[in-house]
Design a protein around this ligand. Structure first.
Ligand SMILES: NC(=O)c1ccc[n+]([C@@H]2O[C@H](COP(=O)([O-])OP(=O)(O)OC[C@H]3O[C@@H](n4cnc5c(N)ncnc54)[C@H](OP(=O)(O)O)[C@@H]3O)[C@@H](O)[C@H]2O)c1
Length: 213
């Protein structure tokens, strides 16, 4: 599986696109307006296209768009272009409105998640949540004196999760399987937790690590 299509043109899409390219994958990046990625394409060598063009071409997809637009972007990508494909879902369900005491507001409730919503809307895509609990600057080849950081992931399709675990390990993470899509109810709020030191102390370069006994 070498052709990676990134759906999302901002910092996460560009970072992961370049990360996949540096790890030997062929990469394209998608946007509603691919023309705005001309400078990025020139500097990175990663061609841009519409969400549908990129999704149709790719063997594996990365969804890195604003959480409130995630379902719409999968619609623009086209259900037929998602069929049976692994989709790494980096999104977080961040609501409009400011953080409350450093805690970002979500538009999902505690017993729901964006991943589950997307998986229900596109049941023939094989969604795996990952990369949502760290800042973009540490997503690829993170280095910490304390050792390999943990990336929690989840999804309903074991084979899709195995593909994503292999990618996470290659990118420098301890890939840690949290189970089915329901686990996104716990993984997505890690974004809220991760952002608190950012809003309170302007510290944005940390990552989570689980310590097993
Ligand atoms: N920033 C981080 O460090 C970080 C870390 C972990 C997880 N995340 C999550 O990763 C995702 C991407 O984050 P980001 O900061 O790179 O980008 P972002 O600003 O959250 O989203 C930008 C992307 O969303 C698309 N988009 C926005 N509104 C849209 C709409 N109404 N319809 C269709 N598409 C729309 C844009 O499409 P166009 O290209 O067409 O403009 C663009 O590709 C988010 O869900 C975020 O919560 C971010």
């Amino acid at each position: 599986m070498q052709k990676v299509g990134v759906l999302g043109s901002a910092i996460v899409g560009q970072t992961l696109g370049q990360g996949f390219k540096s790890h030997g994958y062929e990469v394209r990046i998608g946007s509603r307006t691919p023309a705005k990625l001309a400078a990025f394409t020139t500097s990175s060598g990663i061609p841009a296209g519409t969400f549908a063009e990129v999704a149709g071409w790719a063997e594996l997809l990365v969804l890195s768009v604003h959480g409130s637009a995630a379902e719409a972007v999968l619609g623009l990508a086209g259900a037929a272009n998602l069929e049976q494909k692994v989709v790494i879902d980096t999104t977080n369900p961040i609501a409009d409105g400011p953080p409350v005491d450093g805690v970002i507001q979500f538009f999902t409730g505690p017993n729901s998640s964006l991943l589950e919503r997307l998986q229900a809307a596109y049941p023939r895509a094989r969604l795996v949540k990952a990369f949502n609990s760290v800042g973009s600057a540490r997503m690829v080849n993170p280095t910490f004196a304390g050792g390999r950081p943990t990336m929690f992931y989840c999804g309903n399709d074991p084979a899709a999760k195995a593909v994503v675990a292999t990618i996470l390990e290659a990118f420098g993470w301890e890939a840690t399987d949290m189970g089915s899509a329901v686990a996104a109810r716990a993984i997505e709020p890690l974004c809220q937790l991760w952002c608190i030191p950012g809003f309170r102390q302007n510290h944005w370069t940390h990552a989570f690590r689980i310590l097993w006994s």
